[in-house]
Ligand binder design. Structure first.
Ligand SMILES: Nc1nc2c(ncn2[C@@H]2O[C@H](COP(=O)(O)OP(=O)(O)OP(=O)(O)O)[C@@H](O)[C@H]2O)c(=O)[nH]1
Ligand SMILES: [Mg+2]
Length: 392
């Protein structure tokens, strides 16, 4: 399907930049337009692929191009004030050519965390196309303020979007590696997972004929109804037909694909299991997910309807949902088969409960410390007031 991507804040901008890179690499053709919005000038300059004219600096009169320093209330205020500046650039998006908007932001900071729910609300008022969010949660050890920002933004962003796709930095940190150095890899993981899904709905009629190609309407219907979405992914390397053909000809063997269909079916079902039970973009219990979509990508001779059908049935049993869709995404030149599983409307998410608990604790602490220090400052300064005259 075709998307208008809007990256809000530093992480949002970097991830959108990476989506453009992914599009170039794979020819997946999902990004119809890409916009980056930020209060920090340096972050916008640092982008590589987002066109210059689509980089929008907001809040200049308030923060002089230096970011909002993780103050997401300020981020939200600035977004409200400068909504026309953003809209001015979004006006250049050929809306009749897109299937949806996708606003990408990290929820732990300030600009994207505060601004993206404001932008989502605005876009939903103006356009009939769905407005989705892709929200990145902070790692658990980033501290109280990031957690508090994320919990407040999450709550609002879910409400203001047609669906919120979530990626949890905490689940993806590699041990022993600084998260800073790891962001590039994490961002690649993000665009690969969501890219395969959105790319699936972009197969052209007349492309290598698939058994049951996923259409963008199936992605939209899986996301419809709102809530929170998580994505699983698993791959296995296979031998592409070209090499196989050469090899078998060399050996004087059979000329057809020579693939055992039972093997193909088994491989597909086991990949679907691995994808759904392995690490999800937002770890959660898959039982109770309202809707799901299974996409199998890879060389067409390694895909079959029976495998997808079995994987789909298995997912129905596991989630208890009656709305599990499935299909192919043929990629003739790939040397791997991949299963991407999108679980929408998940509700059993311990990580979100924990995030909210820590956020409430942080909020109470911040309030208490503020009251205490006001008292202490008064003690420090006013103790002398009997004996000293203030200057004015
Ligand atoms: N996945 C991912 N997360 C990132 C990246 N950079 C920062 N983060 C996370 O994003 C959060 C900070 O959000 P930023 O996007 O830097 O904040 P911002 O929207 O620019 O807001 P301000 O800097 O406060 O103006 C932290 O929780 C980080 O963990 C990135 O490249 N990838
Ligand atoms: Mg920033």
């Amino acid at each position: 399907m075709k998307l208008a991507l809007i990256g809000f804040g530093q992480a949002g901008g970097k991830i959108v930049d990476k989506f453009l890179w992914y599009d170039q690499q794979t020819g997946s053709n999902i990004v119809r337009s890409a916009v980056a919005v930020n209060t920090a000038k340096a972050d916008l300059i640092g982008l590589k692929h987002v066109p210059n004219e689509n980089r929008v600096l907001i809040g200049q009169s308030r923060v002089k191009g230096h970011g909002v320093g993780a103050d997401n209330e300020l981020g939200a205020e600035i977004a409200e004030e400068d909504i026309d500046e953003m809209q001015g650039t979004i006006d250049s998006v050929p809306v009749h050519e897109i299937d949806a908007f996708l606003i990408v932001a990290a929820l732990g900071g300030g600009s994207g965390s505060g601004g993206s729910p404001v932008l989502a609300k605005h876009l939903k008022r103006i356009y009939t196309e769905p407005v989705y969010g892709l929200g990145v949660l902070p790692a658990a050890d980033e501290g109280g303020i990031y957690t508090l920002n994320a919990a407040r933004s999450f709550q609002t962003f879910v409400r203001e979007t047609d669906n919120l796709l979530v990626f949890d930095n905490d689940a993806w940190r590699k041990t022993g590696e600084s998260i800073e150095g790891g962001y590039d890899q994490i961002n690649e993981e993000i665009v690969r997972r969501f890219g395969v899904l959105f790319g699936a709905g972009e197969v052209q009629v007349g492309d290598d004929v698939a058994e049951s190609v996923v259409d963008s309407s199936e992605i939209i219907n899986t996301l419809a109804g709102g809530g929170v979405t998580t994505v699983g992914y698993a791959t296995e390397t296979v031998e592409p037909r070209k090499n196989k053909g050469l090899l078998s000809r060399f050996k004087g063997g059979e000329q057809d694909d020579g693939l055992d269909s039972a093997n193909t079916t088994n491989r597909i079902t086991s990949l679907v299991r691995k994808a759904a039970l392995g690490r999800l973009t937002l770890p959660c219990e898959i039982e109770g997910a309202e809707r799901a979509l299974v996409v199998l990508s890879g060389p067409p001779e390694h895909l079959n309807r029976k495998g997808i059908e079995r994987g789909r049935k298995w997912l129905e049993e596991q989630t208890g949902s009656m709305e599990v869709r499935g299909g192919d995404y043929p990629l003739p030149r790939e040397n791997k088969v991949a299963a991407a599983v999108m679980l929408s409307g998940v509700t059993n998410v311990p990580r979100i409960k924990e995030l909210q608990r820590v956020a409430i604790e942080a909020q109470d602490n911040i309030e208490e410390i503020r009251t205490q220090s006001e008292g202490k400052l008064r003690e420090l300064v006013e103790d002398d007031e009997d004996e000293l005259e203030p200057l004015f």
